[in-house]
Design a protein around this ligand. Structure first.
Ligand SMILES: NC(=O)c1ccc[n+]([C@@H]2O[C@H](COP(=O)([O-])OP(=O)(O)OC[C@H]3O[C@@H](n4cnc5c(N)ncnc54)[C@H](OP(=O)(O)O)[C@@H]3O)[C@@H](O)[C@H]2O)c1
Length: 273
Protein backbone atom coordinates (compact mmCIF):
# COMPACT_ATOMS: atom_id res chain seq x y z
CA UNK A 1 0.00 0.00 0.00
CA UNK A 2 1.29 3.42 -0.98
CA UNK A 3 0.40 6.11 1.47
CA UNK A 4 2.35 9.14 0.25
CA UNK A 5 -0.84 10.65 -1.17
CA UNK A 6 -4.50 9.71 -0.84
CA UNK A 7 -5.59 10.76 -4.32
CA UNK A 8 -3.71 11.17 -7.58
CA UNK A 9 -5.11 12.94 -10.62
CA UNK A 10 -3.59 12.33 -14.02
CA UNK A 11 -4.61 15.10 -16.40
CA UNK A 12 -5.43 18.00 -14.11
CA UNK A 13 -7.34 20.14 -16.63
CA UNK A 14 -10.79 21.66 -16.10
CA UNK A 15 -12.37 18.59 -14.56
CA UNK A 16 -9.26 17.59 -12.64
CA UNK A 17 -9.02 21.07 -11.15
CA UNK A 18 -12.73 21.04 -10.24
CA UNK A 19 -12.10 17.82 -8.34
CA UNK A 20 -9.05 19.23 -6.57
CA UNK A 21 -11.04 22.31 -5.51
CA UNK A 22 -14.05 20.25 -4.41
CA UNK A 23 -11.98 17.70 -2.52
CA UNK A 24 -10.19 20.42 -0.58
CA UNK A 25 -13.35 22.40 0.10
CA UNK A 26 -15.18 19.31 1.32
CA UNK A 27 -12.14 18.44 3.48
CA UNK A 28 -12.21 14.84 2.24
CA UNK A 29 -8.47 15.20 1.80
CA UNK A 30 -5.88 17.85 2.65
CA UNK A 31 -3.72 19.61 0.09
CA UNK A 32 -0.61 17.57 0.92
CA UNK A 33 -2.60 14.38 0.27
CA UNK A 34 -3.22 15.18 -3.43
CA UNK A 35 -0.77 14.65 -6.28
CA UNK A 36 -1.70 15.78 -9.79
CA UNK A 37 -0.09 15.68 -13.21
CA UNK A 38 -0.53 17.52 -16.51
CA UNK A 39 1.76 18.16 -19.44
CA UNK A 40 2.28 21.90 -19.24
CA UNK A 41 4.57 23.06 -16.50
CA UNK A 42 2.83 26.45 -16.31
CA UNK A 43 -0.43 24.74 -15.45
CA UNK A 44 1.21 22.68 -12.71
CA UNK A 45 2.86 25.75 -11.19
CA UNK A 46 -0.53 27.47 -11.05
CA UNK A 47 -2.19 24.45 -9.43
CA UNK A 48 0.54 24.23 -6.80
CA UNK A 49 0.30 27.93 -6.02
CA UNK A 50 -3.50 27.97 -5.89
CA UNK A 51 -4.17 24.76 -3.98
CA UNK A 52 -0.90 23.85 -2.27
CA UNK A 53 -1.01 20.34 -3.73
CA UNK A 54 1.97 18.43 -5.08
CA UNK A 55 2.24 18.37 -8.88
CA UNK A 56 4.44 16.54 -11.32
CA UNK A 57 4.86 15.97 -15.03
CA UNK A 58 5.60 12.32 -14.30
CA UNK A 59 2.59 10.01 -14.43
CA UNK A 60 4.86 7.29 -13.12
CA UNK A 61 5.33 9.35 -9.96
CA UNK A 62 1.55 9.63 -9.55
CA UNK A 63 1.09 5.88 -10.02
CA UNK A 64 3.89 5.03 -7.62
CA UNK A 65 2.87 7.34 -4.83
CA UNK A 66 -0.86 6.73 -4.45
CA UNK A 67 -3.38 3.89 -4.61
CA UNK A 68 -6.29 5.92 -5.95
CA UNK A 69 -5.74 7.49 -9.34
CA UNK A 70 -8.29 9.51 -11.29
CA UNK A 71 -7.72 9.52 -15.04
CA UNK A 72 -8.95 12.88 -16.29
CA UNK A 73 -7.23 13.28 -19.66
CA UNK A 74 -9.26 13.81 -22.84
CA UNK A 75 -10.56 10.59 -24.43
CA UNK A 76 -8.23 11.03 -27.43
CA UNK A 77 -5.21 11.05 -25.06
CA UNK A 78 -6.30 7.91 -23.23
CA UNK A 79 -4.61 5.31 -25.48
CA UNK A 80 -1.18 6.86 -25.06
CA UNK A 81 -1.71 7.35 -21.36
CA UNK A 82 -2.77 3.75 -20.75
CA UNK A 83 0.31 2.50 -22.60
CA UNK A 84 2.49 4.80 -20.53
CA UNK A 85 1.16 3.81 -17.09
CA UNK A 86 0.29 0.13 -17.66
CA UNK A 87 3.50 -1.25 -16.20
CA UNK A 88 3.02 0.74 -12.97
CA UNK A 89 -0.54 -0.44 -12.38
CA UNK A 90 -0.83 -3.07 -9.66
CA UNK A 91 -3.34 -4.90 -7.46
CA UNK A 92 -3.44 -2.09 -4.93
CA UNK A 93 -4.62 0.52 -7.44
CA UNK A 94 -8.12 1.85 -7.74
CA UNK A 95 -8.25 3.58 -11.13
CA UNK A 96 -11.19 5.89 -11.75
CA UNK A 97 -11.68 7.15 -15.30
CA UNK A 98 -13.89 10.13 -16.13
CA UNK A 99 -13.15 10.07 -19.87
CA UNK A 100 -16.30 10.11 -22.00
CA UNK A 101 -16.74 7.05 -24.18
CA UNK A 102 -13.89 5.02 -22.71
CA UNK A 103 -15.43 1.83 -21.38
CA UNK A 104 -14.20 -0.59 -18.73
CA UNK A 105 -13.26 -3.14 -21.38
CA UNK A 106 -10.88 -0.66 -22.95
CA UNK A 107 -9.47 0.42 -19.59
CA UNK A 108 -8.97 -3.23 -18.63
CA UNK A 109 -7.23 -3.95 -21.91
CA UNK A 110 -5.03 -0.90 -21.47
CA UNK A 111 -4.17 -1.36 -17.81
CA UNK A 112 -4.09 -5.15 -17.51
CA UNK A 113 -5.86 -7.37 -15.02
CA UNK A 114 -4.43 -5.98 -11.78
CA UNK A 115 -6.04 -2.64 -10.88
CA UNK A 116 -9.64 -2.12 -9.77
CA UNK A 117 -11.56 -0.03 -12.27
CA UNK A 118 -14.40 2.44 -11.88
CA UNK A 119 -15.89 4.59 -14.60
CA UNK A 120 -17.54 7.93 -13.88
CA UNK A 121 -19.45 10.37 -16.06
CA UNK A 122 -19.45 13.79 -14.39
CA UNK A 123 -20.73 16.99 -15.95
CA UNK A 124 -19.56 20.58 -16.31
CA UNK A 125 -21.33 22.12 -13.28
CA UNK A 126 -18.79 20.13 -11.22
CA UNK A 127 -16.62 23.23 -11.63
CA UNK A 128 -19.04 25.05 -9.29
CA UNK A 129 -19.67 21.98 -7.08
CA UNK A 130 -23.08 21.44 -8.71
CA UNK A 131 -22.27 18.52 -10.97
CA UNK A 132 -23.97 15.18 -11.18
CA UNK A 133 -21.70 12.18 -11.58
CA UNK A 134 -22.86 8.74 -12.66
CA UNK A 135 -20.68 5.99 -11.22
CA UNK A 136 -20.30 2.56 -12.77
CA UNK A 137 -18.42 -0.11 -10.83
CA UNK A 138 -17.83 -3.51 -12.33
CA UNK A 139 -19.31 -6.49 -10.44
CA UNK A 140 -16.05 -7.35 -8.71
CA UNK A 141 -15.56 -3.97 -7.07
CA UNK A 142 -15.80 -4.13 -3.30
CA UNK A 143 -18.34 -1.93 -1.57
CA UNK A 144 -15.72 0.24 0.13
CA UNK A 145 -14.24 1.29 -3.22
CA UNK A 146 -17.68 2.11 -4.59
CA UNK A 147 -18.36 4.22 -1.51
CA UNK A 148 -14.99 5.97 -1.83
CA UNK A 149 -15.74 6.87 -5.47
CA UNK A 150 -19.06 8.37 -4.37
CA UNK A 151 -17.34 10.37 -1.64
CA UNK A 152 -14.83 11.77 -4.13
CA UNK A 153 -17.45 12.90 -6.63
CA UNK A 154 -19.84 14.16 -3.95
CA UNK A 155 -17.17 16.79 -3.38
CA UNK A 156 -18.28 18.36 -6.70
CA UNK A 157 -22.03 17.73 -6.58
CA UNK A 158 -24.32 14.73 -6.34
CA UNK A 159 -23.73 11.14 -7.46
CA UNK A 160 -25.81 8.28 -8.79
CA UNK A 161 -25.03 4.59 -9.19
CA UNK A 162 -25.24 2.97 -12.61
CA UNK A 163 -25.65 -0.81 -12.69
CA UNK A 164 -25.36 -1.42 -16.44
CA UNK A 165 -22.45 0.07 -18.32
CA UNK A 166 -24.40 0.41 -21.57
CA UNK A 167 -26.44 3.14 -19.87
CA UNK A 168 -23.33 5.32 -19.67
CA UNK A 169 -23.97 6.36 -23.30
CA UNK A 170 -27.47 7.55 -22.40
CA UNK A 171 -26.11 9.33 -19.34
CA UNK A 172 -23.51 11.01 -21.54
CA UNK A 173 -26.38 12.15 -23.78
CA UNK A 174 -28.56 13.34 -20.90
CA UNK A 175 -26.46 14.80 -18.08
CA UNK A 176 -22.94 14.74 -19.60
CA UNK A 177 -24.05 16.83 -22.56
CA UNK A 178 -27.06 18.31 -20.76
CA UNK A 179 -25.63 21.61 -19.57
CA UNK A 180 -25.30 22.64 -23.25
CA UNK A 181 -29.06 22.12 -23.76
CA UNK A 182 -29.78 24.52 -20.93
CA UNK A 183 -27.20 27.00 -22.26
CA UNK A 184 -28.91 26.85 -25.67
CA UNK A 185 -32.27 27.47 -24.02
CA UNK A 186 -30.82 30.44 -22.13
CA UNK A 187 -29.25 31.77 -25.31
CA UNK A 188 -32.60 31.56 -27.08
CA UNK A 189 -34.49 33.20 -24.18
CA UNK A 190 -32.01 36.07 -23.97
CA UNK A 191 -32.07 36.59 -27.75
CA UNK A 192 -35.89 36.66 -27.74
CA UNK A 193 -35.92 39.18 -24.87
CA UNK A 194 -33.51 41.43 -26.81
CA UNK A 195 -35.52 41.10 -30.00
CA UNK A 196 -38.61 42.22 -28.08
CA UNK A 197 -36.92 45.35 -26.72
CA UNK A 198 -35.01 44.45 -23.54
CA UNK A 199 -31.40 45.54 -23.09
CA UNK A 200 -28.92 42.64 -23.37
CA UNK A 201 -28.01 43.08 -19.69
CA UNK A 202 -31.60 42.91 -18.53
CA UNK A 203 -32.49 39.99 -20.82
CA UNK A 204 -29.48 38.10 -19.53
CA UNK A 205 -30.18 38.80 -15.86
CA UNK A 206 -33.84 37.77 -16.19
CA UNK A 207 -32.94 34.58 -18.06
CA UNK A 208 -30.24 33.55 -15.61
CA UNK A 209 -32.34 33.95 -12.51
CA UNK A 210 -35.37 32.33 -14.18
CA UNK A 211 -33.38 29.19 -15.02
CA UNK A 212 -31.71 29.12 -11.63
CA UNK A 213 -35.00 29.66 -9.77
CA UNK A 214 -36.88 27.08 -11.85
CA UNK A 215 -34.11 24.51 -11.28
CA UNK A 216 -34.16 25.22 -7.54
CA UNK A 217 -37.94 24.84 -7.45
CA UNK A 218 -37.90 21.62 -9.45
CA UNK A 219 -35.15 20.27 -7.19
CA UNK A 220 -37.58 20.34 -4.24
CA UNK A 221 -38.86 17.07 -5.65
CA UNK A 222 -42.03 17.99 -7.47
CA UNK A 223 -42.57 16.65 -10.99
CA UNK A 224 -41.60 19.34 -13.56
CA UNK A 225 -44.71 18.52 -15.55
CA UNK A 226 -46.88 19.23 -12.50
CA UNK A 227 -45.06 22.50 -11.93
CA UNK A 228 -45.61 23.46 -15.55
CA UNK A 229 -49.30 22.59 -15.50
CA UNK A 230 -49.78 24.56 -12.30
CA UNK A 231 -48.54 27.76 -13.92
CA UNK A 232 -50.50 27.19 -17.13
CA UNK A 233 -53.92 28.76 -16.80
CA UNK A 234 -56.27 28.42 -19.75
CA UNK A 235 -55.79 31.23 -22.27
CA UNK A 236 -53.04 32.76 -20.12
CA UNK A 237 -49.50 33.70 -21.16
CA UNK A 238 -47.88 30.34 -20.33
CA UNK A 239 -50.72 28.62 -22.17
CA UNK A 240 -49.93 30.75 -25.26
CA UNK A 241 -46.24 29.89 -25.03
CA UNK A 242 -46.88 26.16 -24.46
CA UNK A 243 -49.14 26.09 -27.51
CA UNK A 244 -46.11 27.10 -29.58
CA UNK A 245 -43.94 24.51 -27.78
CA UNK A 246 -46.49 21.86 -28.74
CA UNK A 247 -46.92 23.04 -32.33
CA UNK A 248 -43.15 23.05 -32.83
CA UNK A 249 -42.80 19.69 -31.08
CA UNK A 250 -40.40 20.93 -28.41
CA UNK A 251 -40.46 17.61 -26.52
CA UNK A 252 -39.60 15.66 -29.68
CA UNK A 253 -36.78 18.09 -30.40
CA UNK A 254 -35.21 17.54 -26.98
CA UNK A 255 -35.72 13.79 -27.21
CA UNK A 256 -34.10 13.70 -30.67
CA UNK A 257 -31.17 15.79 -29.44
CA UNK A 258 -30.52 13.48 -26.48
CA UNK A 259 -30.94 10.48 -28.77
CA UNK A 260 -28.37 11.93 -31.18
CA UNK A 261 -25.89 12.59 -28.36
CA UNK A 262 -26.38 9.04 -27.04
CA UNK A 263 -25.83 7.59 -30.50
CA UNK A 264 -22.71 9.72 -30.98
CA UNK A 265 -21.37 8.55 -27.62
CA UNK A 266 -21.83 4.93 -28.76
CA UNK A 267 -20.13 5.65 -32.09
CA UNK A 268 -17.16 7.39 -30.47
CA UNK A 269 -16.78 4.56 -27.98
CA UNK A 270 -16.66 2.02 -30.82
CA UNK A 271 -14.22 4.18 -32.79
CA UNK A 272 -11.94 4.39 -29.76
CA UNK A 273 -12.21 0.69 -29.06
N1 LIG B 1 -15.61 19.06 -19.36
C1 LIG B 1 -16.76 18.39 -19.23
O1 LIG B 1 -17.88 18.93 -19.23
C2 LIG B 1 -16.73 16.89 -19.06
C3 LIG B 1 -17.91 16.20 -18.74
C4 LIG B 1 -17.85 14.82 -18.56
C5 LIG B 1 -16.64 14.15 -18.71
N2 LIG B 1 -15.54 14.86 -19.04
C6 LIG B 1 -14.28 14.13 -19.24
O2 LIG B 1 -13.29 14.67 -18.41
C7 LIG B 1 -12.04 14.52 -19.04
C8 LIG B 1 -11.28 15.82 -18.92
O3 LIG B 1 -11.96 16.85 -19.58
P1 LIG B 1 -11.52 18.35 -19.37
O4 LIG B 1 -12.60 19.20 -19.91
O5 LIG B 1 -11.06 18.57 -17.96
O6 LIG B 1 -10.22 18.40 -20.34
P2 LIG B 1 -8.93 19.33 -20.25
O7 LIG B 1 -9.24 20.61 -19.55
O8 LIG B 1 -8.32 19.38 -21.60
O9 LIG B 1 -7.95 18.50 -19.29
C9 LIG B 1 -7.18 17.43 -19.70
C10 LIG B 1 -5.82 17.56 -19.05
O10 LIG B 1 -5.10 16.39 -19.35
C11 LIG B 1 -3.74 16.74 -19.44
N3 LIG B 1 -3.06 15.68 -20.17
C12 LIG B 1 -3.18 15.28 -21.45
N4 LIG B 1 -2.41 14.22 -21.71
C13 LIG B 1 -1.76 13.94 -20.56
C14 LIG B 1 -0.82 12.97 -20.19
N5 LIG B 1 -0.37 12.04 -21.05
N6 LIG B 1 -0.38 12.98 -18.93
C15 LIG B 1 -0.80 13.88 -18.03
N7 LIG B 1 -1.71 14.84 -18.32
C16 LIG B 1 -2.16 14.87 -19.58
C17 LIG B 1 -3.73 18.06 -20.13
O11 LIG B 1 -2.55 18.70 -19.77
P3 LIG B 1 -2.02 20.03 -20.51
O12 LIG B 1 -3.12 21.03 -20.39
O13 LIG B 1 -0.83 20.41 -19.73
O14 LIG B 1 -1.77 19.62 -21.93
C18 LIG B 1 -4.98 18.73 -19.53
O15 LIG B 1 -4.61 19.54 -18.42
C19 LIG B 1 -12.30 14.12 -20.50
O16 LIG B 1 -11.95 12.78 -20.69
C20 LIG B 1 -13.78 14.28 -20.67
O17 LIG B 1 -14.34 13.29 -21.50
C21 LIG B 1 -15.54 16.19 -19.20
Amino acid sequence: MKDNYIIGIIGAGNMGEALIRGLLRSQLVRSYEIIASARRRSRLVRLEKTYGIHTTRSNKEVMNSTDTVILAVKPQNMDDLLKEIRSFANNGHLMISIAAGVDVKKLRRGLGSKPKLIRVMPNLPAVVDQGVSAIFCGPRIQERYRRFAHQIFQAVGTTVDVREERLMDVITGLSGTGPAYIFAMMEAMTAAGKKLGLTPKLANALTQQTVYGAAELASQGEDPKELRLRVTSKKGTTWAAMKVFKQKKFWNLVSDAIGAATKRSRQLRRLRD
